[in-house]
Ligand binder design. Structure first.
Ligand SMILES: C[S@@+](CC[C@H](N)C(=O)[O-])C[C@H]1O[C@@H](n2cnc3c(N)ncnc32)[C@H](O)[C@@H]1O
Length: 368
């Protein structure tokens, strides 16, 4: 977060004005309905067109989200990185924040924003939430459930990660590179665009011993996951929630929270309110307040950190981190300055209360 910057009052006012202007005209209701019903179709088209050439690999993941890895592996990785070229990770980090997208991605944003040129632990423990968790019959039945589903992909693992909306695998493969040296770990990844899941599964680094990629629509509550509830240590939600209709976001977060073990973490990064990408939309792309559709039918919402806090808190998760990451990106070639705004958050599922001593929490579970 080294280049975190504050906006002046004037910059904030200008941003508000631009967003108000570009949301004056709303997309017609019939079209809005089509974008919702056919959301997976539009993303499938996106991956048919761009394959895995669009987003850059999220090599900043371990720096911003060291919680992805089990604690021991985290320390080893930090030592490895310090003893090799210790500058490497820092430069990778700042670069990747400057450009989330590849060159192909840059061209795409230009075309799809309606003519604009956007390129786009010591954890807190909340007694009330923990109590409600011990009262939750779903939590109590977790062992039973696992008994029934004895053998599922990753059933032998002791540390499990799920990446939601994995796309072409720009986070999956940096994670797998580290996980393949970490016994007992397993990565699940899903996307509702079958073409994206195919790209992940056909990648030369995909290995079903460490990873299971599957097609799944997180908005569909009735769809079962290929593993039981309460077995995940980490859920990664990176630039995905923003693509989902605001009315459905809370349901998605509630369902995901059930998949976490007590003590498990949800790691979130997404677009923030008044990011350059929002301000460069032209009139006629606004669906509802702060929610827009690009020229290719994919949608994007721009969050405030309070909205993110409310959603995760309502799902019973406790804040570990919740911040606005503002950065000034300068494209020297095109002589363009862009004020980027992202929200980065870490929310934890409270640990269970020990039944003998309500003042103590139980150990973080390792279901097998
Ligand atoms: C902006 S892309 C981000 C991809 C990836 N997380 C990354 O950071 O490179 C959003 C992804 O979310 C997926 N997605 C959108 N809605 C979804 C849903 N309801 N269920 C599962 N995946 C979804 C899209 O198909 C797309 O791959």
């Amino acid at each position: 977060m080294g280049d975190h910057m504050q906006w002046s009052q004037e910059e904030e006012e200008n941003a508000k004005k631009k967003a108000a202007e570009n949301s004056l005209v709303k997309v017609q209701w019939e079209d809005q309905d089509k974008y919702e019903r056919e959301a997976s179709k539009y993303w499938n088209e996106f991956y048919k067109t761009h394959k895995n050439n669009f987003f850059k690999d999220r090599n900043w993941l371990f720096l911003e989200f060291p919680e992805i890895l089990p604690e021991k592996r985290r320390e080893e990785l930090q030592t490895e990185q310090r003893s090799s070229k210790h500058t490497k990770i820092n430069s990778t980090n700042s670069f990747s924040h400057k450009n989330e997208t590849s060159e192909e991605g840059e061209k795409y944003w230009k075309k799809n924003y309606g003519g604009g040129s956007a390129s786009v632990q010591g954890y807190v423990y909340n007694k009330n939430q923990a109590k409600s968790l011990t009262d939750n019959p779903q939590g109590k039945n977790c062992g039973e459930e696992l008994g029934r589903l004895e053998s599922f992909p990753g059933s032998d693992a002791t540390y499990r990660i799920l990446e939601v909306g994995c796309g072409a695998g720009n986070s999956v493969f940096p994670i797998l590179k580290v996980l393949c040296n970490t016994p007992g770990t397993f990565l699940y990844c899903c996307d509702f665009a079958s073409g994206a899941v195919e790209l992940v599964k056909s990648h030369s680094s995909y290995n079903s011993a460490w990873c299971s990629a599957f097609v799944h629509d997180v908005c569909d509550d009735a769809l079962p996951y290929p593993f039981p509830d309460e077995i995940l240590d980490v859920i990664l939600l990176v630039f995905v929630l923003s693509t989902i209709h605001p009315d459905r976001m809370q349901g998605v977060v509630n369902r995901l929270a059930k998949l976490l073990k007590p003590g498990g973490m949800l790691l979130f990064r997404d677009y923030g309110r008044y990011d350059t990408a929002q301000l460069r939309f032209k009139k006629g792309h606004c669906l509802s307040e702060n929610f827009y559709v690009r020229g290719d039918g994919t949608r994007v919402y721009f969050f405030t950190k309070d909205e993110v806090w409310n959603m995760f808190n309502l799902a019973g998760l406790t804040e570990v981190q919740n911040l606005v990451d503002r950065r000034l990106q300068v494209n020297r070639k095109k002589k363009v300055k862009m004020q980027r705004v992202w929200i980065q958050s870490k929310f934890q599922k409270p640990l269970l209360l020990s039944l003998n001593n309500p003042e103590e929490t139980t150990e973080r579970h390792h279901y097998r």
